[in-house]
Design a protein around this ligand. Structure first.
Ligand code: GLY
Length: 601
């Protein structure tokens, strides 16, 4: 069924396949490289739509040019994909401070092509010890009526970013931490230029401060230092000297700079409590990352094998379900291609099934039973797909692969995804988050770090939707140490044991739907990475019952409305970064929706 002709199906080392390239990079595990020179030479930016770009030795697709180049700087210095991912993550903390950072967390999916090993690192924020099931239900509303799980100290989950970087480094890193922090330190000290996406985040802070004057003290540091009190334009330079100094300290001292006796636990939690939060130093000191086994789904679509993030991500299961439903039903629809009404209807109905399951069944599997095997059972998925009617939409309550359970059961600048592939095919898909734009708006001025508002990803009040309009079940209520359900979906598709394409996104629930469409555009639509990322997308999350179309799909509106969909235009369905492995090299693609730019060498 696949229309793809350009995906790599080979068993030779990547570098050897590319134009007879004889790369000499790839440091042996345990090797410690030398410190990276600040000078970055000959990094190639991914060009605009339609231009052909291939890299022989490695590539990084992040939603910030500086961050993509930081990763490539490390690859060029001999680092592997995990080294590059650490450098890219820390640089994103600097250049996309409203999307991710040291005050947040994330997921990193790692595939070591040389050995076939795959691992999933969960460094997601967790619920503090002093927050229980009914914490938010019992809170009195703040004076201006904002949601305390969204802004201020009570919105903050225990951050996991730096423990995550240390865990990844200890397991796979080959270069000294000091070298890996160097690009981020440079970006924080010399500054970066504001772009349109940054300005949009500043506008969100402006409007929040206007609507909720009681959030002005909370957001003062962010507003003064990162928003220049609203007097800010594209091209203005943002410098973060406090963050630069702290990152340097982290590079020298490692995790001790975070949770050690001379770390920042008391400082950070003191700020949180000053804004009504309940974080205690022991929350920071006791935080643990979790190494998880990735979901591995063979033949998820044609002969592609999927490596997916397990719970507390909801994205891995949803992506596997939708890909399998699409494969099962596309032939009976005449094998339509992306952009057609039939394809869009099938996609939307498959998404409705997957999001119904998400709402009813998914949460942190370390705390509640999540029926992962049943949700991924191929026969159940096929039966759900068989119920999709090309003449009508499914009734709301009949959506879901396994159905059952009551569920009433979804915007976002606070997340950032990037992908890395090195010369040996080692692949990293990593999604970072502080949840909403500028997270909780609470900052730790001494170190220039913004604290997340990930607590809103829990079901904070039973029956009510979260920031993204997502209805979630009581399984996802907060409990000390629990991780909130996430849509982050770092994904790697393999063919014959080798990476073919890796993708992931930011955008709340649109992470899932954006990632699926880019993957399918490559493996089913035969598109290049560039064209797959640029192509217009749709989004359906079951509730509310609205099919959202990007402008480029609006011509399908009459057909889709005739089938029964309630259709609305949307400004964007996620921000997807992907790397496609072609026979003649790596093609990284960053999403123009956020103004990102990929790099490689
Ligand atoms: N904060 C977005 C997510 O984890 O889904």
């Amino acid at each position: 069924m696949s229309h793809t002709t350009s995906i790599l199906i080979a068993s030779l080392p990547l570098a050897a396949l590319i134009h007879g390239c004889t790369s000499s990079i790839s440091a042996a595990p345990g090797d410690r490289g030398s410190k990276v020179s600040p000078a970055v030479a000959a990094v190639t930016d991914a060009p605009a739509t339609g231009t052909r770009v291939r890299h022989a030795n490695g590539a990084v697709a992040a939603d910030s040019k500086t961050a993509s180049e930081a990763g490539v700087e490390i690859l060029r210095a001999g680092g592997n994909a995990v080294d590059a991912a650490i450098a890219t993550s820390l640089t994103l903390s600097v250049t996309r401070p409203y999307s991710c950072g040291i005050g947040g967390g994330g997921f990193m999916l790692i595939f070591v092509e040389a050995t076939g090993e795959s691992r999933a690192l969960d460094f997601r924020e967790t619920c503090p010890k002093h927050v229980g099931l009914d914490f938010y239900a019992k809170l009195a509303a703040p004076a201006s009526g904002y949601d305390p799980s969204l802004y201020g100290g009570r919105a903050v989950g225990i951050p996991g970013q730096l423990p995550g970087m240390i865990a990844a480094h200890e397991a796979f890193g080959t270069m000294p931490l000091e070298a890996l922090v160097a690009p981020a330190v440079r970006a924080a000290r010399t500054g970066f230029a504001v772009d349109a996406d940054y300005l949009a985040a500043v506008e969100k802070v402006r409007s929040l401060r206007k609507a909720h004057p009681d959030l002005r003290p909370t957001s003062r540091w962010v507003w003064d230092n990162l928003c220049h009190r609203g007097a800010i334009e594209i091209g203005d330079i943002i410098r973060q000297p406090e963050l630069a100094e702290y990152l340097e300290k982290f590079g020298r001292e490692g995790i001790a700079a975070w949770s050690g006796p001379d770390g920042i636990a008391a400082l950070l939690t003191g700020v949180d409590r000053a804004f009504d939060g309940v974080l205690r130093p022991e929350d920071i000191q006791d935080y643990e990352v979790v190494w998880r086994t990735p979901l591995v789904v063979e033949n998820v679509f044609d002969d592609y094998e999927a490596l997916l993030m397990p719970p507390p991500s909801s994205g891995g299961i949803a992506i596997a379900q939708v890909l399998a439903m699409m494969e099962h039903r596309l032939p009976s629809a005449g094998d339509p291609l992306p952009g057609s009404a039939a394809y869009s209807h099938l996609m939307a109905e498959s998404m409705r099934h997957a999001f119904a399951d998400r709402a009813r069944h998914l949460a942190d599997a370390d705390f509640v039973d999540v029926p992962v095997e049943r949700l991924l059972d191929r026969e159940s998925i096929k039966r759900a797909a068989d119920r999709i009617d090309f003449e009508d939409v499914l009734a709301t309550d009949s959506c879901g692969v396994i159905g059952g359970g009551p569920a009433d059961a979804l915007r976002d600048s606070g997340t950032s995804h990037f992908s890395v592939i090195d010369s040996r095919g080692m692949t990293v898909a990593c999604t970072l988050t502080i949840n909403g734009a500028f997270g909780s708006l609470v900052a730790v001025p001494e170190i220039g770090v913004i604290l997340n508002n990930e607590m809103n990803d829990f079901t904070t009040i039973p029956g009510e939707s979260n920031l993204f309009g997502l209805k979630q079940s009581d399984r996802n209520l907060p409990e000390p140490g629990k991780r909130p359900l996430s849509s982050m979906s770092p994904t790697i598709l393999l063919k014959n044991g080798r990476t073919s394409v890796t993708a992931g996104a930011s955008g709340g629930p649109r992470i899932i739907t954006g990632t699926i469409q880019v993957l399918l555009a490559v493996i089913h639509g035969g598109k290049s990475g560039r064209d797959a990322v640029d192509a217009p997308r749709l989004h359906h999350q079951w509730k509310p019952e609205i099919l959202r179309l990007e402008a480029g799909l609006l011509e399908l509106r009459p057909d889709l409305e005739a089938t029964g969909h309630v259709v609305e235009e949307t400004g964007g369905v996620g921000v997807v970064q992907a790397i496609v492995v072609h026979e003649d090299g790596l093609e990284p693609a960053s999403d123009p929706r956020k103004g990102g730019s990929a790099a490689g060498w």
